[in-house]
Ligand binder design. Sequence first.
Ligand code: ADP
Length: 450
Amino acid sequence: MADKKQTKVKRILVANRGEIAVRIIRTCREMGIETVAVYSTADIDNLHVRLADKAVCIGPPPSSKSYLVMQNIIMAALHTHCEAVHPGVGFLSENASFARLVRDNGLIFIGPDPDVIELLGDKVKARQTAAKYGLPVTPGTGAVDSKDPKTIEEAKKLGFPVIIKAAAGGGGKGMRIVRKEEELAENISIASREAESNFADGTVFIEKYLENPRHVELQILADGNGNVAVLGERDCTVQKNHQKLIEESPSPGVTDKMRNAMAAGAVPMFKELKYRGAGTIEFLAEGENFYFMEVNARVQVEHPVSEYVAGVDIIRQQILACTQGKMEIDPNAVKLSGWSIECRINAHTPGTLTRLEIPGGPGVRFDSFLYNGCTVPPHYDSMIAKLIVYDVDRKHALAKMDRALRELVVEGIKTNIERQRWIINHPVFYNGVFGTSWYANIEKEVENGR
Ligand code: ADP
């Protein structure tokens, strides 16, 4: 099998849909790389299909029959003479078997090595790896068994409340908070069964549940040849059901000392792993203390806020790192400036857009697959757009986000635009002092405020 690394690729298959597929296609075009889109029959009129140079239908609407069918995607890539596959976010982006299949078919996977994906995809192994590099990890256990009396003892030592997590979990799914010892064994069994059916792996572990931490993460870009750049941190503390709603960079809760300490552990770890492409290392923070949580071995939804503060196109560097083993950034010369905020725009209902007005002006970015008259199918993730702003500091960025949310009009489907405006203008959010439980706790207030 020919080794195609070190060569400039001419055509990439984008194994995804919606806004992230559009995002990748845009950068590829700027790089002079042709793109092939894949689509389910529900997505025939999706913007990513319209923007790509070629498009191949890979199956019916359910993602289990289209976007998750590895063989169909590989066939599409080979048939259209692609040299590489970009997995985007979600779907097969962290599936080591898919990365292997791509490689075994002589194609380049835009991501780290399959073995690295496998190691980091297992949260128990990832915690052990991080600890090896001196990163503090959330106090917790290895894989546990509900029938093993040692499990109860270990949990007791952590102190309740604890959180049971799936080793293979993701997307905020498969987590159960347990506040009483007598509820532990049953919840481990339920969590394990859920993990088995959702992630095909019933392994679960226990962590100390932190009541109201901040979620902070570092954006990493690495070329696989020893160069590991950190593009600062993102704060993703505003969450609902453990899913992120608003992200910003820098974090209002991270000091220079914390940022440096997180990077001091993360960089050697990514170097040692010969990590390639874009990745994110996630932490929970309480005051100045921070604890490793997991690594996402792919680009993340919230990457644009880091692109703004670092002045770097992350997708471009990811493609260069994975196809040529080099990047255009010097890890020692990353300069961070200004403040960027992202609001995720989610659809509460599927349907056809009757009106769309997109905000603009300096420092406003709208990443989306929406266009006037387009259809939002019911089969996929509810996120339909990301509104991102950039300004000199947090105060100016917040004013800009408020202005941009006011300009954004999406009619024909129900969305969370108004709710995002409510959060942006909430005095607690404005002051920047809050934790991951904050939004869930005030949701009722939001409901009444509408
Ligand atoms: P996923 O991979 O599903 O996104 P993560 O491990 O990244 O799961 O956790 C997602 C969110 O769940 C965190 O941002 C945080 O809000 C919550 N969470 C996870 N672990 C803990 C913990 N030990 N204590 C408190 N909250 C936690």
